[in-house]
Structures are given as C-alpha cells and as structure tokens.
Design a protein around this ligand. Structure first.
Ligand code: PMP
Length: 304
C-alpha cells in the first residue's frame, strides 16, 4: 500500500511549520478547484416570509452520484445533509438577502484513492435579490473535457480548471462569461451554467452527452416551458448556430436564467421574448409568487 509520509516540517507562508499546522483554508481556490465533489444550492425569500431552498433532494442525489463516480465516501443521509444546511443558513440569513451555499465533500485523507476520507464542508454566501443583468458572451478557445478525461457529469471542482482559464480569456476580451466547445466542436456549456438557445420559437439545449452538467435548473426550465406551451428540445448545438441564434440565455442554480445580450461581439438576432418569459416564470416560481410543482422548496426553519 502506498503511504503518504508525514515529515516533521513543511515550508509554508515563508517559514518552516510543523506538518499538522500546514493548513489551507476551505475557501481558497487551491481547494475549491481541487479534489472534491460539490453542489451549489440556492435559497430564496418567499412571498409569504419563509425561506425556501430549490430542489434540495436533487442536489443531494447528484452529490451522491458525483461522489460515487470519484470514489469518495459520502455517508450523510438526506436528513443529515439538510439539517447541516439549515443550521448554517438559519444562522447566517439576513432578511434582505437571498443565499447561495456550496456544499463540498472535500477529500481530507487518503492517497491515490486508497483509504479515502471525506468531510462535508458547507459555506454560504449572501446574494442580491435582483434579476441578473443581461451579459455579453464569448466562445472560448479552451475545450470542455470529454467523458473519458474529466467527465462533465461529475460535479467536481477539478473540472473548473478549464472554466477558470476560459473566464480569464473572456475577461481580457470584455465578455462576462464564455461558452466551452466540446471535443466534437459543438456547444457543451458555459463556465458554470448550461446554455439555452431559441431558434424559430423553439428552445434548445445540449444534452449531457455533449459535455454539459446534468443541470437541475435546465430540468426546471424545461418543465416551466412545457407548462407555458413552449417547445423545449435537447439536442446538439453547432457553434455557428450560437452566432445566428434568435435568443440565448445561461441557466443554472447561480446563473438562474441570465439573458445574453451579444455573442462574440454580435447582438442577438431578436430581443429576448421567449427566454424573458421563462426568466419571469422562473423567478415567480422560486419566490413562491406563482408556485410550480416542479420547483420543490425546502423551508429553512427560521430563528425568531
Ligand atoms: N454547468 C456547470 C459547469 C455548472 O457549474 C452548473 C452549476 N451547477 C451548471 C451547468 C448548472 O447546473 P445546475 O442547474 O444544477 O445548477
């Protein structure tokens, strides 16, 4: 068995330190882009004064699937996972801010997949209650890795190395987010969200087999579209289709439904109308203004 040595000293932060004191913070990028699996979950203040987290069980189940695929033990039951989130959120919540939490299963012990030990770490951040502003989107020269390199289906931080490079590339060009192309030259997803495209009145999004995460928000938007009588189809999207799309949006727990104003510097062919309708409906559902059966909410017990 390969064993990791624990020498007496480590050089860190400009000095020698005992092995046990050579620590990195759970919030630093070395860890948040490292070996772990995670979920980003979002909670909204509801019209009736409660605070609801969107589709929590689906996030738990995806975390379980990611952990299994990366051979990371995950022992928490759904109730334990939920309770931990409730404990943190109810402590941090502010009446005028929504909240996004990152539930991360960090690999804390083990070596090359032997004797792996993991710890569930939850961090939560306040969010403005605003509908996101439309963005300028670019197409990255960096590629989404394939299912046999770093599978998009696994929500592991390691996957976000390429997203980080794409974001750096986009920032220099004045784009707020970037599309990653897959190994076949087609659209995979954006750096932290999926892509919605409208052509001739139909909403399209690439399926997971094109290199997109199995998105919980895309499932919601698909269901909202069906309820509104809008056609929604999952199929591959060519790069050139993006450039001539009528409407585009990004879609994810954090991106929610973010409308796209321009793609690669070109304004979109049409003013957002179908995607605007879906965006409005999404926010009405997650805020409990017009509930939808697909937008299941878990209510955080509030401290009085
Ligand atoms: N793709 C990537 C790379 C993401 O990080 C996210 C956000 N989790 C999504 C897609 C959207 O997934 P979801 O709707 O489940 O948040």
């Amino acid at each position: 068995m390969v064993k990791l040595q624990k020498p007496e000293f480590v050089y860190m932060g400009g000095a020698l330190r005992p092995w046990s004191e050579a620590m990195l913070h759970v919030g630093c990028e070395a860890l948040t882009r490292g070996l772990n699996v995670f979920e980003g979950i979002k909670g909204y203040w509801q019209q009736d004064g409660r605070f609801g987290i969107v589709r929590l069980r689906h996030h738990y189940e995806r975390l379980q699937r990611s952990a299994r695929l990366l051979h990371i033990p995950f022992e928490h039951s759904f109730d334990e996972y939920t309770q931990a989130i409730y404990d943190l959120m109810s402590t941090l919540l502010k009446p005028d801010r929504d909240m996004w939490a990152r539930t991360t299963l960090f690999v804390t012990e083990g070596h090359w997949g032997e004797n792996t030990v993991a710890d569930l770490v939850i961090t939560a951040y306040h969010q403005d209650k605003k509908v996101p502003e439309p963005i300028d989107l670019g197409v990255s020269t960096w590629q989404r890795s394939s299912d046999i390199s770093l599978p998009a289906r696994i929500k592991t931080s390691t996957n976000y190395q390429v997203a980080r490079l794409a974001k750096i590339e986009g920032r220099r060009q004045g784009f707020q987010d970037m599309i990653l192309i897959n190994q076949w030259g087609r659209v995979a997803e954006a750096t932290g969200s999926c892509v919605l495209m409208v052509r001739n009145g139909v909403v399209y999004t690439p399926p997971a087999s094109e290199g997109a995460l199995e998105s919980i928000t895309v499932d919601i938007v698909e269901s909202l579209a069906h309820s509104l009588g809008i056609e929604f189809i999952r199929r591959p999207i060519d790069r050139t289709e993006l450039l001539i799309a009528d409407e585009l949006a990004l879609c994810g727990t954090l991106a929610e439904v973010t409308l796209v104003r321009s793609i690669e510097g070109f304004p979109l062919a049409k003013e957002p109308s179908i995607l605007k309708t879906l965006q409005d409906r999404y926010f009405r559902a997650v805020r409990g203004i017009e509930p939808h059966p697909y937008v299941e909410l878990s209510y955080v017990p509030l401290k009085t």
